[in-house]
Design a protein. Structure first.
Length: 141
C-alpha cells in the first residue's frame, strides 16, 4: 500500500438509516482528492450512488435485514484507483448471472447492480469463508 494512500474502514449496523451517512462519507472523500484531475463533483455523486446501492443490497439481501448483522465498507484511494469493498454475511449470489433490469418497469429488480456496473470500471462479487465481498473499482487517471 503506497504511503499516501487513503483508507476508510466503516462498520455499520444492518439498518438502512445509515445509507445517507455512508454516501456522504464517500462524497466527502472524493471532493478532497486533489490528485483527481476529472470532475470531482460528478465522481463524488457517482460514489455516493454506488455506495448507497451496494450497502442497501448488503443489508436487505446479503444480511437478509437481520438486525444482528453488520455491514463493513472499506474504501481505498491510491494515486490511480478508487477501490470499494462491501462485506456482508449472507448466502451470496452470482453477480454475472443477474440480468439487466427493464428500466421501464419500476418493479423489476437488479437496478442497483446495473447502476454499479455502469458507473464503476469493474464490479465483482465473491464468497469468502465467512463473508461475501462486493468489490468495485474506478480508475482515477
Amino acid at each position: 500500500m503506497p504511503k499516501d494512500a487513503i483508507e476508510v474502514d466503516i462498520r455499520v449496523p444492518n439498518q438502512t438509516r445509515y445509507l445517507s451517512l455512508i454516501g456522504k462519507i464517500g462524497e466527502g472523500l472524493v471532493k478532497e482528492l486533489n490528485r483527481f484531475e476529472g470532475d470531482r463533483d460528478a465522481l463524488a455523486h457517482q460514489l455516493n450512488l454506488v455506495l448507497t446501492e451496494a450497502v442497501v443490497n448488503a443489508i436487505r439481501y446479503g444480511n437478509e435485514s437481520d438486525p444482528e448483522q453488520t455491514v463493513r465498507i472499506f474504501i481505498t484511494v491510491t494515486d490511480d484507483e478508487l477501490l470499494v469493498k462491501i462485506y456482508d454475511h449472507g448466502r451470496g449470489f452470482d453477480i454475472d448471472g443477474t440480468p439487466s433490469p427493464d428500466l421501464n418497469n419500476p418493479k423489476d429488480r437488479g437496478r442497483g447492480i446495473y447502476i454499479m456496473k455502469c458507473l464503476m470500471d469493474s464490479v465483482s462479487y465473491k464468497k469468502l469463508e465467512e463473508v461475501n465481498v462486493l468489490e468495485m473499482s474506478k480508475k482515477l487517471k
